[in-house]
Design a binder for this molecule. Sequence first.
Ligand code: AMP
Length: 387
Amino acid sequence: MKLSIRDLDLKGRTVFIRVDFNVPMAAGEITSDKRIRASLPTIRYALEQGAGVILASHLGRPKGKPNPEMSLKPAAVRLSDILMRPVKMASDCIGPEVEAMKPKPGEILLLENLRFHTEEEKNDPEFSRKLAALADVYVNDAFGSAHRAHASTVGMIRCMGQAAAGLLMDKELEYLSKVTQNPPRPSVAILGGAKVSDKIEVIRNLMKFVDRLLIGGAMAYTFLKAKGEPVGKSLLEEEKLELATSLMEQAGDKLMLPVDHVVASELKEDAACTTVTRIPDGMMGLDIGEQAVARYASVIAAARSVIWNGPMGVFEKPPFDKGTVAIARAVAQPGILSVVGGGDSEKAVKSAGVADKISHISTGGGASLEFLSGIELPGVAALTEKA
Ligand code: AMP
């Protein structure tokens, strides 16, 4: 178990909180403040405990150079509006000017984009030391960046006495651990999306302990083709056919593939489509069919824990969203411990109107996939172990 912010004595101390304020921006405006809001419990907790709060994040890919379009200033304004208290903005993330802005208890200072310095992603020791010198204690609440060994997620911890998980990080680790370490059984994993190649390690790791592995999305066609079934002109990874065969051998009966498919001759919204069990030449599979939905839904209904990552079809283009929406509804039933990861699956549970019935929706796409692959995240490994 890692130290949590709740284990720290924060009164009168300066806490450095690595947050994920990597918000989507358009024309200088924040288009979704979801990530800022996700950090609020930790920020509020630190303030209530009497700490001076330094917040640090990256935004976009400025490639080591200051870039006004990727400034965190709009995030400071938004955070201040939400909290209804001042948030000071530093013009950099290290240096004498920043040191002079040290927040007093109850004050918040947001540092400028960490990635304006190449040293952040290089995990440079000197840059790490300068970041660490700003505060007394360290908290990481940026689960979405925990799979990166950067200065602000790993390097600076070496120079700090205590490094704890924030409340969001804590929640992510709690739920991801619950469904991967001794999960309530039967346990089911549902994997979809475009490519097998993105999820090979996830499939390999999950098949070790789940009772069923349900495959959907375009990646199903690489498995079906490897079994010798026709896939028409469905999206396919020819070079992964052998791998798909070996994954199916290893998984045995656990791995289920869709038994029918919604097909069309082209990928277009409202394209004429039919449901088939064998995909004809010239057609492409764009969603799982009704029989596949029914089979998957009955497996899910019997489950006590579910991990879901990736849509069952081209859910952005109706009518090819039906399979994904049906699976979202099945996962959202009471009595199932459900963890959903990846931006598309999150959109799917939201558009199905069941987001509030999911036990946990992960905020970190890449980080949650690495966690599910069984890889220890460097940003988590670096945190202090609970005594
Ligand atoms: P991923 O990022 O790997 O989770 O993939 C998500 C993308 O896979 C979405 O944009 C879907 O539209 C796409 N996708 C899912 N099923 C299919 C399919 N049958 N054919 C083409 N693209 C698909």
